[in-house]
Design a protein around this ligand. Sequence first.
Ligand SMILES: C[S@@+](CC[C@H](N)C(=O)[O-])C[C@H]1O[C@@H](n2cnc3c(N)ncnc32)[C@H](O)[C@@H]1O
Length: 231
Amino acid sequence: MSSTFNAEEHKKMLRSYFNGQGFQRWASIYGDDKLSSVRNTVRQGHAVMMDKAFDWVQQLRLPKGATVLDAGCGTGLFSIRLAKAGYKVKSVDIASQMVEKAREEAIKQNVHKNIDFEVNTIESVNGIYDAVVCFDVLIHYPAEGFAQAFQNLSSLTKGSIIFTYAPYNKILAFQHWIGGYFPKKERRTTIQMIRDEEMQKAMNTTGMQVKIREKVSFGFYHTMLMNASHK
Ligand SMILES: C[S@@+](CC[C@H](N)C(=O)[O-])C[C@H]1O[C@@H](n2cnc3c(N)ncnc32)[C@H](O)[C@@H]1O
């Protein structure tokens, strides 16, 4: 495994991106602005993933008022949905801009009393929750950073972590190498792919096991949705 990964530098880069250019880009994808056809497929694919993930949360059959951590909540789409369904939600994001936008939306939709917002990172957030969700955040982490962040997330629940990641894929790796699979003007942060053996190592280290995994592919949106829980 590469030893060049610098966790602090990486967080700094992500915080700065998601408080700046990344905020504009993702807030418009997660909102209702008119989008290019490429980004529109990302919006639709993300919605498909969220619907599936929400079903998986419901299938956990958690008791009424159960606590869920939304790690890297972005503009709060999933947090708000959870709060509306009666869960007690903790929503954290590295970018204060994202947290403010999520809070604004929660107030608009009158569910803010069920959501505790915090500017924090997936590596540092603490507490204990009935379930943890983390969508389209770990895709920004190379294997070493992924392992560190996953270790913290797994320590925050005795139940499931439902999350997305980008599985290693030879064609995508080649496309990244030649300059990114998004058309030039649509590029976003680099997607980091995780190999099966790296995922297995993260599971072994944390004492977790994969319950379900399902690929979600829609236009330019490709992700692997996974439910992992303690053995
Ligand atoms: C692509 S967005 C996904 C947002 C949300 N999970 C969703 O699917 O709607 C990625 C989010 O992860 C956040 N993020 C990136 N690195 C993070 C970290 N280390 N800790 C917490 N949040 C992080 C970003 O600020 C951004 O809001």
